[in-house]
Design a protein around this ligand. Structure first.
Ligand SMILES: Nc1ncnc2c1ncn2[C@@H]1O[C@H](COP(=O)(O)OP(=O)(O)OP(=O)(O)O)[C@@H](O)[C@H]1O
Ligand SMILES: [Mg+2]
Length: 407
């Protein structure tokens, strides 16, 4: 059997170390570098000449240096044997001070009564990026799954509530009509001359309540029920709307014209005296779902009208950015604005600061979902006491591989 001489053996080992693709570094018990191979020079950007004889702490991030010295000391005195032969993930720094993740396998050897430590090091930056990417994808899949779950739950609940709701609504309408007939009948007899006995009996039956008072009270109660039913109907419709966004009526539309229509609808009710300033750019037609975009404009402009307390100023600006092919719609109101706390929650479903009965807190949730489903963005800037700007950006054309949000 071929036996190497001592010198040939050393040469052989050195060549293995020098040509290894992993960085191989050895230090003595004081932490001074004694071996620094070519791969280490490439990985850390420092040559063997610059490192040998110098402390290894140069490649250790400052925050770990104290810990490193303590461990080397403990290892030299026989403690922490579990670290030897193990592979651990830690951080290191290059000569340009850039930190990166490494995988380190540590071994220990003794020569002439002195302890030495050898680390085989692999740069795992790429692996970490790949792992982070996979984690991100997994999280996205989980959240898409959750959204799909919430959507079908919302659609299911909306469907289930809708049936009893239409029964309540129809029945209340019928009771209203029947009561009107009863009132007419009772009113007919109330006007007639009746004997004193009957009059006393009548007063006892009606507990002294006048017919007029009873009719007024009944009408008020019917109004309350009708308002409550219409509020539930709105919520149910919003839930159905959110759950079933499917961009079925996609057309090429004139956004400026849509805004004009919405302003006209919202501002004609006589009670509103909002001054609308329109700064429209010449826009290309935008490929989008007409009903969805109407819904967004309606929600955002309604919020602006509410914010200026029905009588301030709102500026609507449209622009076309040729570079990225997006149309921008800015709705700026000079109303009450929002605190940072409110601003953080505006897109949360059912978040509202409006009095009970006037806000459901679903307007901006719907708007955000629609804009995102069209591949656009929505941003809101606001300052308390000074006003709010809502900026919606919509791509002029939908991407050919575009899928609605629910798929
Ligand atoms: N232009 C604005 N100025 C000030 N606050 C606003 C403005 N737009 C939205 N907000 C705040 O964000 C909250 C949520 O708005 P969102 O449109 O989602 O619901 P809402 O208007 O309260 O009710 P809904 O739109 O369902 O009738 C509002 O209650 C309000 O506090
Ligand atoms: Mg709203």
């Amino acid at each position: 059997m071929y036996q190497m001489t001592h010198m040939a053996h050393d040469e052989h080992l050195l060549s293995i170390i020098e040509t290894a693709t992993d960085a191989i570094i050895s230090i003595d018990s004081k932490g001074t570098v004694v071996i620094w191979n070519k791969a280490a020079a490439e990985m850390f950007g420092v040559t063997a000449k610059e490192m040998i004889g110098h402390p290894v702490t140069m490649i250790i991030p400052e925050r770990f240096r104290g810990d490193h010295t303590k461990r080397i000391n403990e290892l030299s005195h026989g403690a922490l044997p579990n670290l030897i032969g193990k592979t651990i993930e830690i951080a290191a720094i290059r000569s340009d001070a850039q930190e990166f993740p490494i995988e380190l396998s540590l071994s220990m050897w003794k020569a002439k009564e002195e302890m030495f430590f050898t680390g085989i090091i692999r740069d795992i930056t790429m692996r970490k990026h790949a792992e982070a990417h996979i984690r991100e994808q997994e999280l996205m899949l989980i959240s898409m799954d959750r959204i799909a779950g919430i959507n079908s739950l919302a659609a299911g609940i909306a469907h289930e509530i809708n049936n009893p709701l239409s029964i309540i609504s129809g029945t209340v309408g019928n009771i209203n009509k029947l009561t009107a007939r009863l009132i007419r009948a009772v009113s007919f007899w109330a006007d007639k001359d009746i004997s004193d006995d009957l009059k006393t009996e009548y007063d006892m039956l009606t507990a002294g309540l006048s017919l007029e008072q009873t009719i007024n009270s009944l009408n008020l109660k019917f109004d309350t029920i009708k308002r409550a039913v219409s509020r539930i109907t709105n919520i149910v419709n919003s839930m159905k709307y959110i759950a079933n966004l499917n961009l079925s009526d996609v057309q090429y539309i004139d956004i400026n014209k849509r805004i004009d229509d919405i302003i006209n609808i919202l501002n004609i009710e006589g009670v509103r005296h909002v001054e609308f300033e329109r700064q429209y750019a010449e826009l290309p037609t935008v490929e989008c779902s007409v009903s969805d975009i109407n819904q967004c404009l309606l929600q955002v402009i309604t919020n602006a009208i509410d914010a200026v307390d029905q009588m301030g100023k709102v500026v609507v600006t449209t622009t076309f950015n040729k570079d990225d092919g997006y149309v921008w719609i800015d709705v700026r109101d000079y109303g009450k604005g929002m605190s940072d706390k409110v601003l953080q929650k505006v897109f949360h479903p059912f978040f509202t600061t409006k009095p009970v009965g006037s806000g459901t807190g679903i307007g901006l949730t719907i708007t955000e979902r629609i804009i995102k489903a069209h591949g656009g963005t929505i941003e809101i800037c606001s300052e308390e006491g000074r006003g709010t700007t809502v900026r919606m950006r919509l791509p002029v054309r939908q991407s050919p591989h575009y899928c609605p949000i629910d798929s």
